[in-house]
Design a protein. Structure first.
Length: 338
């Protein structure tokens, strides 16, 4: 076990307090398994995945790892059949988001799985615990992709920890290295939920052009807006400022169908499907076209990311950096006491 193994790690059957966020289509089975095999918790995102593909992805994860993993389902969509399939397949951890976790909690527990739920406020966290949720994910406003709250990670995490103790809390938003992991552990979280960092893992199912943009940009380039809402209307999200967003902001951020370039075909995916401007899909391998203008989800932690590396190396470095950061903090405290 790592020196950073927490009580939540032992409860979930993992070795290090790092969770790979369910980063949509980028969360390939290969990425999930690599994270699990490195001691963390990998997560598939299956809300919009057809049943046959869900079975294939679950099977592929199990081919590559025998360690615990999780599946994320967004409650703002019809997920009953998908949840039933995951529970029938003995998925050990179900993560939910953007809705009432009480609607599915009993089914999850009846199947013997653990229930994680993402919140954006202390009040929402209390409601989730009252509904029976096992683990709370406190998502700060800095996070990439879809964001459910308006409070930054630094004030949110301790507020949620205080609100739901002794229920364990995972911190999400703005964490891309070991310093961030050390910081949220100091705030009372029992693990870190990292998404943007894993977008550029070698195993992630992301287009090279997308990866390059994540590495190139600064944190202020990751903008919170309602710009890319095709497929999920009125859901706030954080993505990299690009030509589509710049034109939309310049026009005053109008709603559909009055946005600049509404309906433009930006790209074609590997299956020959058209990807439209303001759609909510990210650039994936095999897509061709104006990928720069698509939804480039990323959190403000993008400014801390400078390279592509295997998921196992991301975890190894993050743990080593966290251990070093905690050692520096202890040394500062010793110096101040002398």
């Amino acid at each position: 076990m790592s020196s950073l193994t927490t009580s939540l790690c032992r409860r979930l059957g993992i070795e290090v307090p790092i969770v790979q966020a369910p980063i949509g289509s980028a969360a390939s089975p290969e990425l999930v398994a690599a994270v699990c095999n490195a001691g963390g918790l990998g997560m598939l995102a299956l809300t919009w995945t057809p049943a046959e593909q869900m079975l294939a992805e679950l099977g592929r994860v199990r081919e590559l790892t025998n360690r615990p993993f999780g599946v994320n389902l967004v409650l703002d969509f019809p997920i009953a059949d998908g949840l039933a399939l995951c529970l029938d397949q003995d998925v050990p951890l179900i993560s939910t988001f953007w809705g009432d976790p009480g609607a599915v909690n009993a089914r999850i527990h009846a199947a013997g799985a653990k229930h994680l739920h993402t919140v954006g406020s202390a009040a929402e966290a209390r409601q989730a615990v009252e509904a029976g949720v096992d683990v709370i994910v406190a998502q700060g406003w800095e996070a990439g992709g879809h964001v459910c709250g308006q409070i930054a990670t630094l004030p949110l995490v301790p507020a949620v920890v205080d609100a739901v103790a002794p229920t364990p809390v995972i911190a999400a938003g703005g964490i891309a290295d070991g310093r961030g992991l050390a910081a949220v552990l100091a705030l009372g979280a029992t693990a870190a939920w990292m998404g943007t960092r894993f977008l550029v893992a070698e195993e992630a199912f992301t287009h090279g052009a997308y990866r390059r943009r994540v590495i190139e940009v600064s944190g202020e380039d990751a903008v919170h807006s309602l710009c890319f809402d095709g497929g999920w209307p009125r859901a706030a999200h954080r993505a990299i400022r690009n030509s589509t967003m710049a034109a939309w902001l310049a026009a005053g951020g109008p709603p559909a169908p009055n946005r600049p370039g509404e309906g433009d075909v930006l790209a074609i995916d590997a299956a020959g499907r058209e990807q439209l401007r303001y759609g909510d899909r990210m650039p994936l391998p095999g897509m061709t076209g104006d990928l720069e203008a698509m939804a480039l989800y990323a959190g403000q932690s993008a400014g801390l990311i400078h390279d592509v590396m295997p998921a196992a190396e991301i975890i190894r470095r993050t743990v080593a950096e966290a251990e070093a950061a905690l050692a520096v903090a202890r040394a500062h405290l010793q110096d101040s006491a002398q």
